[in-house]
Ligand binder design. Structure first.
Ligand code: NAD
Length: 291
């Protein structure tokens, strides 16, 4: 049993912290949102009204926050709050530069650190089947592994500081592009009089097979658990997909990589978000692609 502080108890952090409790750890939690705190308390997380109280006595601190600016702000505070040697893990999806910056803040405070973003969505967070992609020293990775194994099924050490975020951004660029590809195919199939189920049965057993089709199908019916069956309630919101695609485009420009489909996907999600769809699941982009 370890003392873990969990900061950011939202759609992902809430169920991840709950799984640490289920595994027998003592978990204290902090979030700016009263609703997130109340939901976490229901799962056995000891919730606190301040960051300072939540991290007091913790051997490990995990953050799961919206963006790089939030992670930097919290980790800067942590440097003055936790003793040297406290393991710090950030599971948020942020830009590589912010990830490297917070590793530097932790190192200066004498704390081992890991960037460990996740894939698998809220379903994977609840089921404890997330994929973790980690960046940091082999020692920090070894220390973090027992916690990551409680919250996830596949744990990959991708390399040094920031390598987890680099892998996450590349993965989500594939996801953004592939969801558009699958949605375009269903929209075309509809025009051609093809049933959703017929196209699914063929493509899921053919070379069009991909996660966006078989686990997260953007039309209702073929995959009963997909958000299309639930009025496109997220799941993974359009605003978060746009955030990740813009991160991929920023970093591509910075390192001189050519990503024409990533750029097109970012433009399409930007247009869809501007039409007031930021809070819908990202698979709802099929509505815009139907024209
Ligand atoms: P969320 O908005 O549901 O949760 C974020 C939580 O952080 C909120 O409850 C918010 O109140 C809290 N917060 C913000 N600033 C804070 C601060 N300074 N101190 C304490 N709490 C603070 O978002 P989410 O869906 O849980 O996503 C979290 C991260 O995980 C994001 O970086 C996202 O890109 C990534 N992610 C999300 C999914 C998904 O399917 N939702 C999948 C993979 C990765």
């Amino acid at each position: 049993m370890a003392y873990v502080a969990f900061i950011g108890l939202g759609n992902m952090g809430g169920p991840m912290a709950a799984n640490l409790v289920k595994a027998g750890h003592s978990v204290s939690g902090f979030d700016l949102s009263e609703a997130s705190l109340a939901a976490a308390a229901q799962t056995g997380v000891k919730t606190f009204a301040t960051l300072t109280e939540a991290v007091s006595g913790a051997q490990t601190v995990i953050t799961m926050l919206p963006k790089g600016e939030h992670v930097v702000a919290v980790w800067e505070k942590l440097a003055g709050l936790v003793p040297a040697g406290t393991l710090q893990i950030d599971c948020s999806t942020v830009d590589v530069e912010s990830a490297r910056r917070v590793h530097g803040i932790a190192r200066a405070a004498g704390c081992p650190s890991l960037d460990a973003p996740v894939s698998g969505g809220t379903g994977g967070a609840a089921a404890g089947t997330l994929t973790f992609m980690a960046g940091g020293s082999p020692e920090a990775f070894a220390d973090a592994r027992p916690f990551l194994e409680v919250m996830g099924k596949k744990i990959v050490h991708c390399g040094a500081d920031g390598a987890g975020q680099a892998a996450k951004i590349c993965n989500n660029m594939i996801l953004g592009i592939s969801m558009i590809a699958v949605s375009e195919a269903f929209a075309l199939g509809e025009r051609l009089g093809l049933s959703h189920q017929a196209l699914f049965d063929v493509a899921s057993a053919s070379s069009g097979q991909c996660w966006s089709l078989t686990s997260y199908c953007p039309v209702p019916g073929p995959v009963p658990s997909s958000p299309a069956n639930n009025a496109y309630k997220p799941g993974f919101a359009v605003a978060l997909m746009l955030k990740d695609l813009l991160l991929s485009q920023d970093v591509a420009e910075a390192c001189g990589a050519t990503t024409p489909l990533g750029a097109a996907a970012a433009r399409l999600y930007e247009a869809f978000a501007k039409e007031g769809n930021g809070d819908r699941d990202f698979s709802a982009i099929i509505d815009m692609l139907r024209g």
